[in-house]
Write a new protein. Structure first.
Length: 264
């Protein structure tokens, strides 16, 4: 095998191994790599098998070891999230949806029709201009009469304060588009406040929600990272998450107080 390809194999093994050892990327530019570490690890296993068949045992062992480290770490993380989420039996269900309207790119009437028909009890909408927010409020007045309008947006720098206030009134929910992934400080802020990432608790696969194909410069780029989140306090057990939607269970031992906050 050419020396250049050998060097590339070792570089891939070292980089992949780093995603299995480090909790967060050392540089923001590497966030996508951390988000794609699971499919990258699977591809590395396939490449390792190919290299082993060619007699390149050291490179194959390095790739296989790095891939195994990543997959074990992901599995352990998912297992811990499910254990934290697995408290006792539910007494009620709450269907929650987060949706990014893309500022003026969405038709308020179409968005309202989708929300009215989707069966969600609680909906968090992001990137809404004031005029569209007023139109949505009117269209959804019958199906979702309890509304809070904050069309100016929320600074990510406010996450710690929002999370702390919401956690004090548990059970609570924080949902929205963080414009960052679960491998960044923004996610850490909410997790440290005691919230459970519902996708980590019950989701499968990568759960990527960004970018939207053909939305940016008309390019068919598939979703690569997850930047849309539904967080819940542990007394709300997550039952299901198909991408931007979660089913939460009010657990029997939960306190009678309630509250909700949204970020995005």
């Amino acid at each position: 095998m050419p020396p250049a390809l050998t060097s590339i194999c070792w570089l891939v093994a070292l980089t992949l191994g780093a995603t299995g050892v480090l909790a967060r990327p050392p540089f923001a530019a590497l966030t996508v790599l951390w988000q794609l570490r699971a499919p990258t690890a699977l591809m590395a296993l396939w490449l390792a098998a190919l290299l082993a068949g060619l007699g390149r045992v050291p490179e194959a062992a390095a790739l296989a070891g790095a891939a195994a480290l990543v997959l074990v770490r992901i599995g352990v993380g998912r297992r811990r999230a499910r254990v934290r989420n697995g408290a006792a039996g539910p007494s009620a269900s709450l269907h929650v949806l987060t949706h990014n309207c893309g500022l003026s790119r969405s038709d308020p009437r179409r968005v309202a029709e989708f929300i009215a028909d989707c069966g969600a009890d609680l909906v968090g909408l992001q990137e809404i201009r004031r005029e569209n927010a007023l139109a949505l409020a009117e269209h959804l007045r019958r199906t979702h009469p309890f509304q809070v309008l904050h069309a100016t947006g929320v600074d990510v720098r406010d996450l710690a304060r929002l999370a702390e206030r919401a956690r004090e009134r548990a059970p609570a929910i924080m949902l929205g588009d963080l414009n960052s992934t679960d491998a960044t400080a923004a996610w850490d802020v909410v997790a440290r406040a005691g919230f459970v990432d519902t996708f980590r608790a019950v989701g499968s696969g990568g759960g990527a929600t960004f970018p939207v194909p053909f939305k940016y410069l008309g390019l068919p780029v598939p979703p690569l990272v997850r930047i849309d989140f539904i967080f819940a306090t542990p007394d709300l057990g997550a039952g299901a998450w198909p991408l931007r939607r979660a089913t939460l269970r009010r657990l029997a031992e939960a306190s009678p107080s309630s509250g909700a906050a949204r970020a995005g």
